[in-house]
Design a protein around this ligand. Sequence first.
Ligand code: THG
Length: 369
Amino acid sequence: MKKFLISKTRRLRSTPFTSRLEKYGVGGYTVYNHMLLPTFFDSVESEYEHLKKHVQLWDVTVQRQIEVNGKDSYKLIQLMTCRDLSKAKINRCYYVPLIDKEGNMVNDPLILKIEDNKWRICIADSDVLFFAKGIAGSFNLDVKVFETNISTLAIQGPKSDAVMKKVFGINISKLKFFSYDYFEFKGTKHMISKSGFSKQGGYEIYIENIESGLKLYDQLMKDGKDLNIKPGCPNAIERIEGALLSYGNDMDNNDNPFECGFDKYICLDNGIDYLGKKALQNIKKVGIEKKLMGVKIDLDQINLTKEEKLLDENKNIIGFLRSAAFSPKFKKVVGIAMIKSKYCNHSQKFKLNINDKLVSGIVCNLPIS
Ligand code: THG
């Protein structure tokens, strides 16, 4: 098959770090929030092994930050999510399902409360800006809503502490999981949270001063050299094994937060008010018909480009495979699938037609174990 390139334009946005990724030999991109997101440098598998042993520097500028500020900022934020944020604290990160009036998923961002009347939403891949502006307009809220110019770097892996201590000093290691603070690099303060789209531990740096951010990128690569730092990116294998969900892949606007396993982030019964509350109360009453589960498949490779049907022995559809990758740990393909409720029991078997070949698999829990 003829190889082709993705054509870059203003619409398909680059990041301040794109030229560095290309210098380091980025091997492929995907598009996320209308922006370039690397998918691998050498190979997804070698980078999976490296991420679990060492440390990687990721350009995750695609996690665009939507800022909401003004008198009604909490009201707008709360209208969009079923998670109770009434007691949210400054210096903390909150993983929240955003839902519409029907109770369906719009996005699953990290939300940071910056000041009493200032919040930032670090979005997954959907146009939250227009959803937020639409609500602000129709509820006549006193808020400003805009996409910031912030670029995000993630330092992920078991040696992330060591690299970050070298660059920002010993205090960085006091940061607790899902909290953030400000740390200085050569005279410029950067906001840093202990978070990231891997289960290997690490930090995210929210860069407002690009000039300092570019110097910081180079310093992290330099100081990380003896710790075997490499440029990387969110790793498909690692995130599927760890059940870090990907909006647009694992779930979308046809799924609700109960079906995605977000029960602990759903508040139905106290004073808070949000768009989809009635819908979720109703779903809770009638129950769900499908749920995200893990799967293991007897294959040694897969390239999933659309949902695939999963069938039982009588050819009934039991669910749909939505993400999959070969796992060196399980020596099989592992995946995330939306499974019909009556087939959700652990160890339900299924068949799957891939490249005109029928292969076998089994349903399991998430995270995959
Ligand atoms: N970091 C930041 N913004 C983001 C992501 C991120 N925006 C887009 C995307 N990733 C949003 N999706 C997720 C999914 C999972 C997590 C974070 C963002 C995550 N989950 C933890 C877990 O499942 O173990 C913790 C959940 C919790 O304690 O509430 O970290 O990666 N800035």
